[in-house]
Design a protein around this ligand. Structure first.
Ligand SMILES: [Zn+2]
Length: 284
């Protein structure tokens, strides 16, 4: 019993993680998981900026600096490419994270709700008035304003593209209804985007099951942890995206090789590298 007590005491002391050590590094930034975590050193996104504004003036405009900047960069990029509309931000996290009702996640600066880009029925870009639900026809009815809006697939795709192409954004998910996803992906295909990029978007855009709703009135963007963030307490979970470099995402980069070494490696016979010789029948 006594040794158990000592063990528990040791666990409590070490488990606090207050003293930095190689085994328990200082916790900072996005700590824990999105549904069970806190946030330190957060950044508040200003009320409005190039290509975006917030829907509400409240204390939920915080994220990790890396994610906050990535969101602002993406909004600015869309505006630069297609001026005339703004992206409306919903809830992110509170300055120190923690529970954020009514959300299940949004607890450690890695989640952002973004309203969908909208136009009038005539195609004039407008800021999304609120959380309005889009159907398979790409139309949403705003009960307050008593008018229809059209989903702006073009800007929505540019936003998705900006986010998933940004090496700093580390986007793991863009939760969104499958109707919206289908229309945005369809737009991307019609625009001649590369199959590789579309495949990436297809993987990241996902209609979640409850809790959290179907996301037919906004997207919920989540960034995963970088290797450095993991070292400071960020806990990644869920699928790993092959194109992201990170702790679980890719093997460490090889040590720098000289040109001569690379040339030798490239000229090495394939059989020596374990590649079976190709039979004549299989040759192209
Ligand atoms: Zn959300």
């Amino acid at each position: 019993m006594r040794s158990l007590g000592v063990g528990v005491l040791a666990w409590v002391l070490v488990g606090c993680g207050r003293a930095p050590s190689p085994l328990y590094p200082a916790l900072e930034g996005s700590i824990g998981m999105t549904h069970r975590g806190v946030l330190t050193g957060s950044m508040e996104i200003p009320e409005e900026g190039p290509g975006y504004r917030f829907l509400r003036d409240n204390d939920r405009h915080y994220a990790t600096p890396r994610f906050a900047k990535a969101l602002m960069r993406a909004a600015a990029q869309v505006e630069e490419q297609r001026p005339g509309a703004v992206l409306v931000f919903g809830d992110l996290s509170k300055a120190k994270g923690g529970t954020l009702m009514p959300h299940f996640s949004h607890r450690n600066g890695r989640d952002a709700d973004l309203l969908l880009y909208a136009t009038t029925l005539d195609g004039v870009p407008v800021a999304s008035p609120n959380f309005i639900q889009y159907g398979p026809d790409g139309l949403a009815f705003d009960k307050k304003k008593k008018r229809f809006y059209r989903l702006d697939e073009e800007r929505e795709w540019l936003l998705v593209k900006a986010l998933i192409e940004d090496p700093e954004a580390h986007i793991q998910w863009i939760f969104v209804h499958r109707y919206v996803k289908a229309r945005v992906i369809q737009w991307a295909r019609a625009s001649g985007e590369s199959p590789e990029l579309i495949a990436r978007a297809f993987e990241v855009m996902w209609q979640p099951r409850s809790p959290g709703g179907l996301h037919d009135d906004h997207t919920h963007v989540r960034t995963t942890c970088t290797s450095e963030e993991v070292a400071h307490g960020c806990e990644p979970f869920g699928p790993v995206r092959a194109w992201l470099e990170g702790p679980l995402d890719a093997p460490p980069p090889p040590a720098e090789a000289s040109d001569a070494e690379l040339a030798a490696e490239l000229s090495r016979p394939l059989q020596a590298a374990g590649v079976p010789a190709r039979s004549a029948a299989a040759a192209p």
